[in-house]
Design a protein around this ligand. Structure first.
Ligand code: SF4
Length: 292
């Protein structure tokens, strides 16, 4: 009888946690042959694609790109031109989960086992991607090793990777038009990647003209958000929040054993505050598949 096939797979989202998990596994468990994958919607941030290349150089191996057979505009038409939303996340299902399931299917069909490494940290309380499919086991090495948000940054700094460049202006990886974005992040997308902002605006216009109940951002269209007075208002609200959070942050420094003198002020701020600064909790405002 032939031995059971076991595949170890680790999804890279373009975010800091999954990158840190990949580094952690390479450093701590070099004996495990891990297959890395990135489910590419074709609409990810340019900074994400750059970071994948840097990560591949560190890992010394390729990250498999798993593409949906269809692009975002195909799926948009398929869903009656209704934009995806937190309630109707057809984008993640069709462009992230299904390509992953297709990739592992031959192994599962042949009775093999998939061990999926998911980047849930010790300071998070959520289960991550789970599958009902027999033969898939999900493991959480960062959580098991008691590694929190500061620990993740530490791992990336030590590896010479630092955080992906988009963290300077946006809090999450994922599609350029991701509806999980906060209003300040839309404003910055417009500044950082004006062509991507225009693309999102055009998709939204098409959706609204077909009766979509959703805009990308709650309660206003990107057209409305592009008005100079609205941009100023969003920036001012963000600055006020940032100031408030910074005032509280210093006192929290001692909470993580991973933070030491090698951390810059900016990095300490990012570790403690980013979710608060952007005005929401991380778990409710992101998706394990797209944003870890
Ligand atoms: S990043 Fe956002 S828009 Fe893209 S697939 Fe994930 S949830 Fe959908």
């Amino acid at each position: 009888m032939s031995a059971e096939v076991i595949r170890h797979v680790l999804g890279i989202s373009g975010g800091k946690d999954s990158a840190a998990l990949a580094v952690f596994m390479k450093n701590e468990h070099p004996e495990i042959k891990i297959e890395y994958f990135f489910t590419d919607t074709g609409s990810e941030l340019p900074e994400v694609y750059d970071y994948l290349i840097r990560l591949e150089a560190f890992l010394g191996q390729e990250i498999n790109r798993l593409n949906s057979e269809r692009d975002f505009e195909y799926w948009l038409r398929k869903y009656n031109n209704f934009l995806p939303s937190v309630q109707q996340r057809w984008c993640t299902i069709n462009m992230k989960l299904k390509p992953f399931e297709a990739w592992i299917k031959p192994t599962v069909d042949q009775g093999g086992k998939i061990i999926s490494y998911v980047a849930i940290r010790a300071d998070e309380d959520r289960s991550g991607y789970r599958s009902d499919t027999p033969g898939i086991e999900v493991v959480f090495p960062l959580k098991d090793a008691n590694i929190d948000k500061a620990g993740v940054t530490h791992i990336l700094k030590d590896a010479g990777l630092d955080l992906p460049a988009y963290y300077k202006w946006r809090s999450r990886s994922g599609c350029t038009f991701c509806f999980f974005q906060q209003k300040i992040e839309w404003v910055r997308l417009r500044e950082e990647h004006p062509d991507k902002f225009e693309e999102a605006k055009n998709l939204e216009k098409t959706a609204l003209s077909h009766g979509s109940p959703f805009t990308w951002s709650q309660h206003e269209s990107l057209e409305e958000m592009s008005k100079p007075e609205r941009i100023e208002q969003i920036k001012a609200e963000y600055d006020n929040r940032l100031q408030r959070v910074k005032n509280n942050a210093r006192a929290s420094k001692r909470l993580s054993p991973f933070i030491d003198e090698s951390f810059t002020d900016c990095e300490v701020d990012e570790i403690f505050d980013i979710d608060e600064v952007y005005g929401r909790g991380e778990v409710s405002s992101s998706c394990v598949v797209c944003h870890k």
